[in-house]
Design a protein around this ligand. Structure first.
Ligand SMILES: [Zn+2]
Length: 242
């Protein structure tokens, strides 16, 4: 799959369901992008309020904790613009209002590249990846990218009242697609990714084998990417929107 050269991408937008999604699934890639000079924005739809592992932490504190964790993790990957919509976990549904929120951010950020969840069921990774919020995020973000964001007559208030001109994202990178067609060698940013995952203390504080688990999870990508043994890669299904 031919993708845009990173040098030609000034801005990228990452739309995910929960704090930690982007870092778990694409942290090494995001670190590469930042290092190349791409300005990356995260848009996190929920506060992941059903997350955490420690029953001693008051549940009311979880959204604030998870936002802080996400901001710290993003900084480690060179991402300084992190936005939250504050939806409740498990409630993301395709709808015109949420689509408008995402179109607004697409038109504000004006990215050539969008990274989001695939809306597909992936039966080979059912438990770890097919959260209802992930699939719904993919559905709504893709619909926001096409046809809404590039159509001046869609969500007319954005143009009329906020002067947000139409914008067409050229390239969409999907997480957890069933047929990945692009791989990024993250061997050199793997440690940075693990550091970012460690910053999600409310999620990973108890996972002593985190680096090993992550290495094992992405190991099959090495052969799929035709990389030499020992290299590490993250996998994407890249779709053109031009
Ligand atoms: Zn998630």
């Amino acid at each position: 799959m031919d993708v845009l050269a990173d040098d030609d991408v000034e801005r990228a937008l990452v739309v995910v369901a929960h704090p930690d999604d982007a870092d778990f699934w694409a942290g090494g890639t995001v670190a590469c992008w930042s290092a190349t000079g791409i300005v990356v924005t995260y848009l996190v739809l929920t506060d992941g309020d059903a997350g955490g592992f420690d029953a001693a932490v008051p549940r009311a504190d979880i959204p604030r904790i998870r936002r802080c964790d996400q901001q710290a993790a993003a900084r480690i990957l060179g991402v300084h613009d992190v936005r939250f919509l504050g939806l409740a976990e498990g409630t993301i549904v395709q709808g015109v209002e949420l689509r408008r929120e995402i179109v607004r951010v697409i038109r504000q950020v004006r990215p050539r590249r969008l990274l989001t969840w695939s809306p597909e069921w992936n039966w080979s990774r059912f438990r770890t990846s097919c959260h209802i919020d992930h699939r719904a995020t993919g559905e709504v973000a893709l619909t926001a990218a096409y046809p809404d964001a590039g159509n001046a007559f869609a969500h007319r208030t954005l143009l009329d009242h906020e002067a947000l001109e139409p914008w067409t994202v050229e390239e969409i990178w999907l997480l957890n697609g069933t047929a990945p067609n692009h791989f990024v060698d993250i061997t050199d940013t793997f440690d940075q990714k693990i550091a970012a995952l460690r910053a999600h203390r409310s999620q990973t504080g108890h996972r002593d084998r985190l680096a090993t688990e992550m290495r094992e999870r992405i190991e099959p990508n090495t052969a799929a990417a035709a990389l030499p043994t020992g290299r590490l890669a993250e996998a994407f299904h890249v779709v053109r929107n031009t």
